[in-house]
Design a protein around this ligand. Structure first.
Ligand code: ZN
Length: 231
């Protein structure tokens, strides 16, 4: 019987020791994990260089949707400078852009270039396009990409809009060579760069997503132009 008690006591002690050990282990693990995660997240952010993808002329009923799918898969936010004409034709795509966190800017109604003799028409097109976009997203449009980069600084105050040009132009609209477009962008990529592309061509969609994959590996973080211009 005495043997039995000492056996039971021994088992109880071992169980107690095991429980204590498990308690220490679990406690350490659960305490350290959030700290380690926070540290890792902090480190990743610190090393990231910001860059912005911008797409003009859309939305295109097919290619823009493909692009949005690819950007969503990669967790990337971009900026779309849409024409009022195309936004009116595909409001559901504008709505999707807005829901998925992309920034939407104005690219005039019918893609006109500002000249000395059409200032009023140009301005009216911007106002009209702002209204079209606002009706879909419920938000004021603040950014404009003037077609061909022609701009009149006076309009910034008149319209309370900010022009956004670019630093990297791969001329994607005049090439169907995906590799050429991708290499062109990647070779010119810099911190706080603004990439100009057009979501109106299948080659651009493929090239843009490959650019994302490659530059993310190089430590770039894709953001909207707002974060490049005002952060
Ligand atoms: Zn354009």
């Amino acid at each position: 019987m005495g043997k039995g008690i000492s056996y039971k006591t021994g088992m109880a002690l071992m169980l107690l020791a095991a429980t204590a050990l498990l308690y220490v282990f679990v406690n350490r693990y659960t305490e350290e994990l959030p700290e380690m995660e926070a540290l890792a997240a902090g480190n990743i952010k610190e090393g990231e260089k910001k860059i912005a993808l911008t797409f003009d002329d859309g939305p295109h009923p097919h290619y823009t949707s493909q692009l949005l799918d690819g950007l969503k898969e990669r967790g990337v936010q971009a900026t779309f400078f849409v024409t009022g004409e195309h936004a009116q034709m595909h409001p559901e795509i504008i709505e999707r852009m807005h829901k998925e966190g992309h920034l939407i800017g104005n690219h005039t109604y019918s893609h006109i270039q500002l000249r000395e003799d059409n200032r009023d028409e140009f301005k009216n097109q911007l106002v009209k396009t702002n209204e079209i976009i606002r009706e879909i997203t419920g938000e004021e449009v603040q950014y404009v990409r003037p077609p061909y980069g022609t701009w009149d600084k006076g309009m910034e105050k008149e319209l309370n809009m900010f022009p956004v040009l670019w630093t990297i132009d791969p001329l994607d609209w005049c090439s169907t060579n995906v590799e050429h477009i991708r290499k062109n962008v990647v070779s010119k990529a810099r911190e706080n760069g603004i990439i100009l592309m057009h979501d109106y061509y299948p080659s651009t969609v493929t090239a843009a997503l490959e650019v994302v994959d490659e530059l993310q590996k190089q430590g770039y973080e894709f953001v909207t132009v707002e974060e490049i211009l005002f952060d």
